[in-house]
Design a protein around this ligand. Structure first.
Ligand code: F2R
Ligand code: MG
Ligand code: MG
Length: 342
């Protein structure tokens, strides 16, 4: 459990270097990661971005309120943005965060509903901060419900909040050891998303917004299954089949694929790397929204491999990694408290 939050911070911090890059050769990724190992450089500091800033708000809110409290979480998002606006937030979500700061605001979900002419955001900002819900709640229905509500504070489009539900479910299943049977893991995610995407709002949004398949996340997860069944897959194929962009639909299934693909050693990655390092390195080599894909893949992989698998040298370089370690221990206590109460 402790590994999920720390590895998410690592993914965000090391991935920030390449965010928005079209092509990132693996050689460049490995040079960047080798740089973290270089003791002669002293304590390098890679700053975290909005992914971690918002995840920290979710963690602090869950801990302070002993569960989900929409008013408290909305206030924390607004306060965090106002204190540190230069963390690389999405250009749309900034409007929501400013409105959430208003003391006159009655319905904290309304600013998100007003986004993009009332269609809401389909960005991956809800998904990138969804992991703490899987760490705080032992039951899958709670994980789904609160990840969804937590995302809806900024992302009212089903293509945004369902990405958060999928990401939180992937972390939840990983914590249960489900990645030991990768085929069953992906099948379970598809089954769960069939139900989630059967909701009326989800069907409406895909018709009006992206002209995607009727159940777009399920369709992408089927592509993940096809790709993971193959021995060799090029980076170009992964990008064209799954995407590497800022939309939740073009990044959450991609992050899940990165984890599955890196369960085994790969000949283009150093033999000395464990599964967690492989996952993060591979996520960066996809280019595009690297901080967020590596953050989400890091959370899923970290839940599987545990905090022991996190390279200490990498951790030392990443702002907020120590805090994440401590917070994960506190969330662990909440998880047990919640499981005893249910
Ligand atoms: N924003 C970035 N990175 C680029 C800017 C970094 C900057 N240059 C810097 O270095 O400081 N990264 C972060 O944003 C992503 C999460 O975004 P989020 O929270 O979902 O934001 P938003 O604004 O809601 O959505 C992102 C963009 O998606 C498009 N979009 C969303 N919904 C839309 C809709 N219904 N119709 C049309 N377009 C829609 C818009 O372009 C939004 O701005 C993460 O990558 C995080 O790291
Ligand atoms: Mg970011
Ligand atoms: Mg990003």
């Amino acid at each position: 459990m402790m590994g999920a939050l720390v590895a998410a911070v690592l993914g965000d911090c090391v991935g920030g270097e390449f965010e928005g890059a079209e092509e990132v050769p693996m050689e460049t990724v490995l040079q960047h990661l080798n740089g973290l190992e270089d003791e002669t450089k002293g304590n390098c500091v890679l700053e975290y971005s909005d992914d971690t800033a918002m995840t920290r708000c979710v963690v602090q809110s869950l801990l302070n309120r002993s569960g989900y409290d929409q008013q408290d979480l909305a206030r924390r998002f607004a306060k965090e943005y106002s204190a540190s606006p230069g963390r690389g937030y999405g250009s749309g979500v900034i409007q929501v965060l400013k409105k959430l700061a208003s003391p006159q605001l009655v319905d904290v979900y309304q600013p998100a509903r007003d986004q993009f002419n009332g269609r809401g955001s389909f960005g991956n900002g809800g998904a990138m901060r969804a992991a703490p819900f899987a760490l705080a709640f032992p039951n899958l229905p709670d994980v789904k419900r609160f990840a969804c509500l937590g995302a809806m504070l900024t992302h009212s489009c089903s293509l945004g909040y369902n990405g958060a539900v999928l990401q939180a479910m992937a972390v939840h299943l990983s914590l249960q050891g489900a990645l030991c049977l990768p085929q069953q893991f992906i099948s379970r995610l598809i089954t769960e998303m069939e139900e989630v995407e059967g909701e009326e709002e989800a069907l409406r949004d895909v018709v009006f917004l992206l002209k995607e398949a009727e159940k777009p996340f399920c369709e992408r997860l089927h592509r993940v299954r096809d790709l993971m069944d193959r021995n060799k897959v090029s980076i170009e194929e992964v990008i064209s089949e799954l995407g590497n962009g800022i939309a939740a639909l073009h990044s959450v299934p991609t992050a899940i694929f990165c984890v599955l693909h890196c369960l085994q050693p790969r000949d283009y990655l150093p033999e000395s790397y464990g599964g967690l390092e492989r996952t993060i390195a591979y996520s960066l080599a996809l280019g595009g929204d690297t901080d967020t894909i590596a953050c989400m893949a890091g959370a899923i992989a970290g839940a599987h491999y545990g905090v022991e698998a996190v390279p200490q040298r990498w951790m030392r370089c990443c702002e907020g990694a120590e805090d994440a370690d401590m917070n994960a221990a506190r969330l662990h206590a909440l998880y047990h408290q919640t499981s005893q109460g249910s």
